[in-house]
Design a protein around this ligand. Sequence first.
Ligand SMILES: [Zn+2]
Ligand SMILES: [Zn+2]
Length: 137
Amino acid sequence: MQKDIDSKLNAKNIKPTAMRQLVLQVLTKQSTAISLPELENKFEKADKATLYRTLKTFEKNKLIHSIDDGTGSIKYALCKDSCECHPDDLHVHFLCTHCNQTYCLNDISVPNINLPSSFSLESVNMVVKGICSVCSK
Ligand SMILES: [Zn+2]
Ligand SMILES: [Zn+2]
């Protein structure tokens, strides 16, 4: 387990530190995206600035991506191993209106957007809303 964590960090050129290992462990266990306040709740001692910096490092090195699902808090989720965070890699996100959890729908890529010529695409933020499988049970 610890080995997996370290090799994931190394694969993205992130030097393993105790804090980074712990944060990645939490993210790996998540089935949904997590916001900074939610992450903070899982750590009793770590301060918010350190957690924020850790997330930013992960994001910069494409280990995680951030999601603006319109709820007002940015959420973070692990990228697939092969992810380069290009527009081509982007997938649809699902916001459950019942539990407020955001899911990565990794198998559903965002549709091709044909922009007018002279407009260039940088990113697409596609959030689909509805009731998730946990809440619809
Ligand atoms: Zn739900
Ligand atoms: Zn995602």
